[in-house]
Structures are given as C-alpha cells and as structure tokens.
Design a binder for this molecule. Structure first.
Ligand SMILES: Cc1cc2nc3c(=O)[nH]c(=O)nc-3n(C[C@H](O)[C@H](O)[C@H](O)COP(=O)(O)OP(=O)(O)OC[C@H]3O[C@@H](n4cnc5c(N)ncnc54)[C@H](O)[C@@H]3O)c2cc1C
Length: 383
C-alpha cells in the first residue's frame, strides 16, 4: 500500500517520454518558443506515440491506459518544455475526456478516434472575458431553435482552440434557468469552422509561447441539437469533475517543470566556475538545489497520492487541490532559484531556465488559481 514504485508499464512509458522529450523536443523547442509558433510536427509525433490516447479505451482508438499514465507523460514533457505539455494536457484532459466521460456512443465514435490518434485537437471553452474563477458568472448563451442550438457569446484564453488541427471546442453555455431561478448550464460540442464561430488571433503571452491560446466569439452560431454533451443542465457538474481531474494533470506538469529546474541547475553548478571553484562547491548553491529537489519530490508525492485516490474511485477533490497548490508553488520557486543559479545566462533565452521562469507563473493561475485551490481545501474541511 505504501509502495511508490511505478508498475512496469508506467515506468516504460515514463522512460519513453523522457527520451522523446530529451532527444526530439529539447533541441528544437526554444526556436518555436521564440517565434511563438505552434510545433505541429512535435505534436503529431506525440500523437503517433499514442500520448493523446493514453487514458482512453482501445475501442475508441485509445491506449487503454489510465489517467496516471497521462500524468507521467506530462511530467516528463514539462521537464523539458511546458508548451508541448499543456497542448497534451488540454487536448486530453479538457478536450477529449469530457466526450469520453459524458458523450453519447455516437459522439464518442465520431470524435474520439482522431483525438486519441493526435491527428486533431480538442479544447474546452469555459472562461470568459468577465468570468474565470467564478465560472458561473458566464454569459455565453445557447438556445434551442428547432433542432439546432444557437450560441452567442465570447470565451477567453482557450488552449488548443485555433490550430490548424483543432477539431472542436466543448463550449459551456447558459441554456436556460432552473426552477429556482439559477442559471442552467450545459456543454455543447462546437466543431471548428462552424459558421458564426470566430477564432481571434493568438494572444501575446508571457509564457507557454509555443502553445495555442485564443479568444473565441460566437454570433448566432448554429450546431445540431445532438451536439449537446451529456444531459442538458449538467454542464456545471461536468466542468467541476473535468477540473478536479485536470488539477492533478496540471500538478504533474508543474512537478515536471520543478524537476527540470533541478536537472538544469545540477548540470550548470558542475560546470560554471567562480572564485576558482565550481559554483556547485559553494554551500549556498548546494542548499538552493537541495531545497529545489525537496520541493519537486514532495509535490510529486502529492500528485501521486491524488492520482491514486482518483484511480481507486475515491473522492479526491481536496487532494487534487493540495497537489495543484504545492506543485505550482514548487514550479514557481524552483524556476526563480534556477534562474538565479544561472546568473546572467539565466536571463538569456538560449538557456531553458529562462523559459521555465516564464512558463511557471501560469501554473498558479490556470485551471483554478492558488486562491481557488485554498477555497476548495477550506470547503473540504467544512469551512
Ligand atoms: C495561457 C492560458 C490558458 C488557459 N486555457 C484555458 C482553457 O483552455 N479553457 C478555459 O476555459 N480557460 C483557460 N484559461 C483561463 C484560466 O483558467 C483563468 O484565467 C483562471 O481560472 C483565472 O480566471 P480569471 O483570469 O478570470 O481571473 P479572476 O477570476 O478574475 O481572478 C483574479 C484574481 O482574483 C482572485 N480571486 C477571484 N475570486 C476570489 C475569491 N473568491 N477569493 C479570493 N481571491 C479570488 C483570483 O485568485 C485571482 O488572483 C487559460 C488561461 C491562460 C492564461
């Protein structure tokens, strides 16, 4: 029960992704990042490796693995680069997973095979310009007109929504009022290219520059009534479940970034000399790196624990929030310290630690800010 060793399958996957990240992502991703360009070929390769199908059943083109396998892949990718990791995280955990969890047989047959193969990407449109943490403040609406939904509104910061390989966005929208007067929220699948669905140009971002993030607008956008995902009015419950799982995935991604900072710092501390010594001989540098390793290690245990509860089918809301909170803090702290260890070179784009520094901040914001995680933990404690 206390055994934290990975199973043979999980370890084989972890190693495969580690090698892929080191050999095929690390040498080229910096240039994509500087050009703010989406790395299509790398993402397609991740698709051919089966990474987008990891937690889905084989009958829909998946690999028949579990959510923890996805987390391990995210951690290994983010040790090298977070843009490709978030592309995988959003595509699987926010894009394809809701279709797998809540979709009809027909929806799964239609959408999952190409998503599992990584030939196409899916996105999740929840946040709006005026509502993020308080997602129930959304204003995007969808009304039934005959056998079509008519969608109007705007979504902000949507990952994977505007690439040439995007196939759909799961759009959360207000579809009416409940008997007690609250908003009835539902999720509707909107295929890319649907008339009335406009994708804006990419945001100029601080980090995650080789990933795709867009604002989306819907103006009398019509999709068939059967594009409703699951039951009408279940949208709120659907996105709460999606985000609980997504937090464990973001925690894994954060641990990867935190560990990548340790990897780079150890390497640099062994090479760089000052005052006639390798800087790794100075206790001040050793202690910084020891603290970084402690943060990465403890954050990993937190996400393993949350993932284990999830896989056992137990309630894991508090553990997911704890894992997301500690691991995003670990990523931020480690990125700051790694950049310090690299001195002036840490501020140069040619070294990965500068990229880690820019990529770390969003981890304390996306899929629930650190304040939201604390709110969730307090609520689980009965406050
Ligand atoms: C690069 C990027 C990619 C993203 N991808 C997606 C995506 O694919 N799909 C999607 O739907 N969204 C996505 N998001 C949106 C992201 O999830 C939101 O930005 C995030 O949830 C925060 O919402 P907000 O930006 O509206 O901040 P706000 O909710 O306006 O929060 C502002 C500040 O107030 C704090 N705050 C809010 N309420 C409280 C409270 N009750 N108590 C204490 N403090 C509070 C917050 O913690 C924060 O510090 C993405 C964002 C970015 C930047």
């Amino acid at each position: 029960m206390l055994d934290h060793r990975l199973s043979e399958e999980h370890e084989a996957l972890r190693k495969t992704v580690e090698e892929f990240a080191r050999e095929e992502v690390a040498p080229v991703i910096g240039e994509f990042y500087e050009r703010s360009e989406f790395p299509y070929e790398i993402v397609r390769k991740m698709g051919r490796m089966g990474l987008f199908g990891l937690p889905f059943p084989e009958e829909h083109g998946g690999m028949g693995g579990d959510y923890f396998a996805l987390c391990l892949a995210l951690e290994e990718l983010a040790r090298v680069d977070s843009s490709v990791a978030i592309t995988l995280e959003a595509g699987v955990s926010l894009g394809a997973m809701p279709i797998h969890r809540f979709g009809t047989g027909e929806q799964k047959r239609r959408w999952l095979p190409e998503l599992c193969a990584g030939e196409r990407l899916a996105a999740f449109g929840l946040t709006e310009p005026g509502s993020g943490s308080d997602a129930s403040g959304m204003r995007t609406s969808a009304r039934l007109d005959g056998d079509e939904w008519v969608i109007n509104g705007t979504k902000a910061f949507i990952t994977n929504s505007g690439t040439a390989m995007t196939s759909l966005v799961n759009v959360a929208a207000v579809t009416g009022r409940t008997p007690d007067g609250r908003k009835e929220i539902s999720t509707i699948i909107v295929p890319a290219g649907t008339p009335g669905f406009t994708v804006s140009k990419k945001y100029s971002k601080v980090g995650w520059n080789a990933s795709d993030t867009r604002e989306l607008s819907f103006a009398d956008c019509r999709v068939p009534a059967e594009n409703l995902l699951g039951e009408r009015g279940r949208g709120y419950a659907q996105f709460l479940q999606t985000l609980d799982e997504g937090r464990v995935a973001i925690a894994a991604l954060s641990v990867g970034l935190a560990q990548g900072c340790v990897d780079e710092s150890v390497r640099y501390a062994r090479e760089r000399e000052a005052f006639g010594h390798k800087i790794g001989e100075f206790q001040a540098i050793q202690f910084k790196i020891s603290d970084m390793e402690v943060r990465a290690h403890t954050a990993r245990l937190a996400y393993y624990h949350a993932a284990a509860k999830m896989l056992r089918g137990e309630v894991f809301k508090k553990e997911a929030a704890i894992a997301k909170l500690v691991s995003s803090n670990a990523a931020m702290d480690n990125a700051r310290e790694a950049t310090q260890i690299f001195g002036g070179y840490g501020f140069m784009n040619e070294y990965p630690v500068g990229r880690f520094y820019r990529d770390a901040k969003i981890l304390e914001i996306g899929e629930g800010t650190s304040e939201v995680q604390r709110m969730l933990i307090a609520r689980q404690l009965g406050l």
